[in-house]
Design a protein around this ligand. Structure first.
Ligand SMILES: NC(=O)c1ccc[n+]([C@@H]2O[C@H](COP(=O)([O-])OP(=O)(O)OC[C@H]3O[C@@H](n4cnc5c(N)ncnc54)[C@H](OP(=O)(O)O)[C@@H]3O)[C@@H](O)[C@H]2O)c1
Length: 390
């Protein structure tokens, strides 16, 4: 039977790799929805190749042009709610939107009782409690695309119904500035921050990887996905049971250590198509291999603790995760503003953490008990971060 796939954020790094995974198994998957923010030329080219039923564009100003250029018979949807509207149609929706803009997609897909392959970590981080509620909708299923969380998902699955998890270990490449001195970090350029040593990704997550904020966000994400009270969704661990280990080769994607001392890890060469294919094929495994290791050539695997003094974003994220409520929403929003400020040349790389910390200083302790509370927290954090940019 063919599985229908909605690729939301299709013009991005996750989106284009999802299209590659689908193209490798045309008899198994069919892309019925393509959706993107603003890149019209790329979206039209994708639609000509894939021939979806529906194409959605968030940028409403170019809808007429999109309609004119699409193959006949393709439905066009546009405007602010378009991406969420099309996230309820297919068997699986891949959410590859970047940033807080991905939240409505996550909520719509889960709320419709569909399978969500979630790359957009920001939605789970900013609105954890709201997403958790949507996750309990009958038929809803959330599978993590993020390679670390897909790895943990696989490690936990291998232990069956056993819930005796001691700790989770998230691996981090350490980014391009691992081992740099404070003076070197002061002089980081945008170009240097956009060069990731092991992964090729969109600009925001690449900068997040260079500051270790990406890993901090992933700790909060892992806590939301696996850390809740032991039961059908959780393993009864808390945020301080989630460790970050620097592993420069990015071969071990993450690990789970059990109460009996055993550690189970998932390994492959870095290739996001593997976790994407895992989410699409679940509960089966993909029969196309991505990142397969030749063990006779692998060489060494190194591990070391993260440098928390030079990369303070990691501890800012742990702190927001411990506080909970809307603190992760504030952190994620302030980080988006700070990273945009860095990419626009308004602040230095070293100033990113300070902007986030300044915004977090205004956090009011509000709970994240509704979407409105999250939206309010997001807006207020952005305003404070903008202030700190000046
Ligand atoms: N790339 C990776 O390897 C990787 C790995 C793990 C997790 N992730 C996560 O996956 C998500 C996507 O990352 P990425 O690297 O693929 O990002 P990306 O290359 O920058 O692509 C982002 C996608 O989101 C769309 N978009 C951006 N702003 C939007 C808005 N306001 N409304 C609607 N759509 C919008 C873009 O559309 P247009 O380009 O058409 O404007 C594009 O299709 C992020 O949350 C990231 O943290 C990525």
């Amino acid at each position: 039977m063919t599985t229908t796939v909605a690729v939301v954020g299709s013009t991005g790094s996750i989106g284009t790799q999802t299209l590659e995974v689908v193209a490798a198994r045309p008899e198994r998957y069919r892309v019925t929805v393509l959706a993107a923010g603003s890149k019209l030329d790329e979206l039209v080219a994708q639609a000509e190749t894939v021939r979806p039923d529906v194409v959605a564009l968030a940028d409403q100003s170019r809808l007429d042009e999109l309609r004119d250029r699409l193959p006949a018979g393709v439905e066009v949807v546009g405007g602010p709610s378009a991406l969420a509207d099309v996230a309820t149609i297919a068997d699986v929706t891949v959410n590859g939107v970047v940033g807080f803009a991905g939240l409505p997609v996550t909520l719509a897909c889960l709320g419709a009782g569909r399978r969500l392959a979630l790359a957009n970590k920001e939605s789970l981080i900013a609105a954890g409690p709201v997403v958790q509620r949507a996750r309990t909708t009958q038929g809803a299923e959330l599978l993590p695309v993020d390679s670390e969380h897909a790895a943990i998902h696989q490690c936990l699955r291998s232990s069956g119904r056993d819930r005796s998890v001691h700790r989770l270990q998230l691996t981090a490449s350490g980014g391009p500035f691992r081992g740099w001195t404070a003076a070197q970090l002061e002089a980081v350029t945008v170009e240097a921050a956009l060069e990731h040593p092991t992964w090729s990704m969109g600009p925001k997550i690449t900068v997040d990887s260079s500051t270790l904020m990406n890993k901090g966000l992933e700790v909060i994400e892992a806590n939301e996905l696996f850390g809740r009270p032991a039961g059908s969704l959780g393993y009864g661990i808390d945020i301080d049971d989630i460790e970050v280990v620097v592993h420069p080769q990015s071969i071990v994607h993450s690990m789970v250590t059990f109460d009996d001392g055993s550690t189970i890890a998932q390994l492959s060469h870095p290739d996001m198509r593997l976790p994407i294919a895992y989410c699409l094929a679940h509960p089966d495994r993909s029969d196309v291999a991505y990142g397969r290791i030749d063990w006779t050539e692998l060489g060494r695997l190194d591990f070391e603790p993260p440098d928390r003094a030079s990369f303070p974003c990691l501890d800012l994220a742990y702190e927001a995760g411990r506080v909970g409520g809307t603190a992760p929403a504030w952190l994620s929003a302030a980080n988006e503003v700070a990273v945009a400020g860095f990419l626009e040349g308004r602040i230095s790389w070293s100033a990113i953490a300070g902007v986030i910390e300044a915004a977090m200083g205004h956090h009011d302790g509000a709970p994240a008990d509704s979407l409105d509370a999250v939206l309010d927290g997001d807006a207020r954090a952005r305003a404070h971060a903008e202030e700190a940019l000046c």
